[in-house]
Design a protein around this ligand. Structure first.
Ligand code: SF4
Ligand code: SF4
Length: 584
């Protein structure tokens, strides 16, 4: 076993812990040998060669700053890249393949961005050598006999040109200004702007300023700018964020179409249905957040995603989640439920040019309802009516009891996370706080949290309120794949165990499929009119929804997760003929 020691410097507070508590407790130090010392930066420094791996310091550090990790011998001792002494280690790299779309699947904080930066040529890997920079020859030697050797030879010869769509598109309007048309024309090295505009539905925003478009529009502009570059390695980091389901499918088809003999495509994506639809192969990434990350060998997408859901990598003999995520083949609907919590009839609401109508429907106690619909079709307006935030112009709405509402947009602010989460800790420590990994955020203020951390805090706060109806607007936004799977389980368990009604608006179909007993589906025309229909059974609701998207879905035989059928495939044709777009 190779052993690495990682100290998260921003969690190490030697004064607060009682003057290097770890150093005082380390058995090696106690024999008079300097295993843990004070580094030049004033933080704890661990000598990996002297550490025996006793496990005392990671357990006793009050801030959870230390990770001592035993790695399988076959990984070799040197990582591909290491950020300083006792810093993050990355092992292996994903392999871009010409003619294929290759996905990267794994949680945040375990080196996906580092791996992408290395492939994109913006970060030179140090092969664990902190004191010198390896030459291209050393890199090629390291990967001798693998696909990566060929790739780095191409990089060395200047044959790889990269187009990169970053994860954080919110930064784009801060760096650029001007009309979308002008920005894309500037980026258009291939003279393909006219061809790409309709494929990404950019017509209506070409003459708008980049600072005045929505998140979903910005995402599609960023994808267009990447593709317009003369590049033969295209890298898309989270291309589905901010997009609704229709847009996700359109973008997935578009990205799929980009791989050819001369173009390799790499995608990081947390929406598993979209990742499944878009890629030929996937690499799984596992490890510990901020400590280390390992990239698995490439796997066929179907098998790779099933392995990920199982939480266990057979070939590597690594368990990275305590339990498997299991999908049921039938919609789960409790027979014992009888009491109606909430009912609406003939609701109408006009906001400017937009009109929302809701014919009639109801929600039962202890039920989880999924809500599906395009962007701009009134989902949030409906949620705000149910939450009592706005009043309908007409129609009847029963007394909903107390409503706890998690809005789509989260406010950060200076409040300490520990204060916001006090109720959640008191009521749901084991069922919500711990599974969502919130213990480690208690010493931060909301303003210091990332988008994903803030989202998890907001979900926990929503569930901790005393209410009858829990309404969550886009809880999967900003979450990585692992967090989405955990949140879906937490919400489902919460509804069951606390006996509450939970309504979830989201664009991640796998998330909604796992959670929901019934579906509310929005019809209409974005920005003009929206009609609330349902609740339907999962089969009926998905059937309506998918009809609008012109796709069909089946369940994977092994994991029972939903998958999009290939257009025109036998299954696709058969299901369309039978009018069963979604197999429950
Ligand atoms: Fe103290 Fe933990 Fe830092 Fe060691 S790693 S000095 S125990 S805060
Ligand atoms: Fe010392 Fe290593 Fe044990 Fe930590 S794990 S206390 S560094 S021997």
């Amino acid at each position: 076993m190779a052993r690495i020691a990682v100290v998260e410097k921003d969690r190490c507070f030697p004064v607060k812990c009682g003057d290097f508590l770890c150093r005082k407790l380390c058995p090696v130090n106690r024999t008079g040998t300097d295993c843990i010392t004070q580094g030049e930066d004033g933080k704890a420094r661990i000598d990996e060669a002297l550490c025996t791996g006793c496990g005392i310091c990671p357990k006793r550090c009050p801030f959870g700053a230390i990770h001592i990790i035993n790695l399988p011998e076959e990984l070799g001792s040197a990582p591909i890249h290491q950020y300083g002494e006792n810093g993050f280690h990355l092992y292996n790299l994903p392999i871009p393949i010409f003619g294929k779309v290759v996905g990267i699947l794994g949680r945040n904080g375990i080196g996906k961005s580092t791996a992408i930066k290395i492939l994109a040529g913006t970060l030179k890997p140090n092969l664990g050598n902190l004191w010198g920079e390896p030459s291209h020859e050393e890199l090629i030697e390291r990967f001798k006999g693998s696909e990566m050797q060929r790739f780095f030879e191409e990089v060395k010869a200047g044959g790889i040109r990269i187009g990169y769509k970053p994860q954080n598109i919110d930064q784009i309007p801060k760096a650029f200004s001007g009309r979308v048309r002008d920005l894309l024309t500037k980026a258009d090295e291939r003279g393909m702007l006219d061809e790409i505009v309709p494929l990404l539905q950019l017509e209506k925003i070409l003459d708008r300023d980049i600072t005045h478009i929505s998140g979903g529009e910005l995402q599609r502009v960023a994808i267009a700018a990447t593709v317009l570059k003369r590049a033969n390695l295209l890298v898309f980091d989270e291309p589905s964020s901010h997009l609704d389901i229709k847009q996700r499918i359109r973008v997935a088809r578009f990205i799929r179409s980009l791989a050819d003999e001369e173009t390799a495509v790499l995608v990081v994506e947390h929406d598993l249905i979209i990742l499944d639809y878009m890629t030929d192969l996937v690499h799984l990434m596992y490890g510990a957040e901020n400590a280390y990350g390992i990239v698995s060998g490439p796997k066929a997408t179907k098998a790779g995603i099933n392995t990920y859901l199982s939480g266990y990598l057979k070939e590597e003999n690594v368990r990275f989640r305590d339990s498997a995520i299991a999908f049921s083949t039938r919609p789960s609907e409790s027979a014992r439920r009888t009491e109606t919590l909430l009912a609406w009839k003939g609701l109408k609401k006009t906001l400017g040019d937009f009109e929302l109508t809701a014919e009639g429907g109801e929600a039962q106690r202890e039920q989880v309802l999924g809500i599906l619909g395009e962007n701009g079709i009134g989902k949030t307006t409906f949620a705000r009516i149910l939450a009592g935030e706005i009043q309908p112009d007409a129609g009847e709405l029963s007394d909903t009891g107390k409503v706890s509402y998690k809005p789509q947009y989260l406010e950060a602010g200076d409040a300490p996370a520990a204060m916001i989460l006090a109720d959640a800790v008191a009521k749901h420590q084991t069922t919500v706080v711990r599974p969502l990994g919130l213990d480690r955020l208690m010493d931060k203020t909301l303003a210091e949290l990332s988008g994903g951390q803030l989202q998890r805090v907001a979900i926990a706060r929503c569930l901790a309120q005393q209410a009858d109806l829990y309404l969550l607007d886009e809880p999967s936004a900003y979450l990585d794949v692992e967090q989405r799977l955990i949140v879906s389980k937490v919400l489902r368990d919460f509804a069951e165990q606390a006996g509450k009604t939970v309504l979830v608006i989201d664009h991640d179909l796998l998330f909604i499929d796992y959670l929901s007993e019934k579906l509310i589906v929005f019809d209409g025309e974005p920005a003009r009119r929206g009609a609330v229909t349902g609740p339907f059974t999962m089969g009926e609701g998905m059937n309506r929804f998918l009809g609008d998207l012109d796709i069909t879905m089946r369940r994977d035989q092994e994991s029972h997760r939903p998958r999009i059928n290939k257009e025109g495939s036998v299954m696709d044709r058969r299901q369309k003929e039978a009018g069963k777009r979604y197999y429950t």
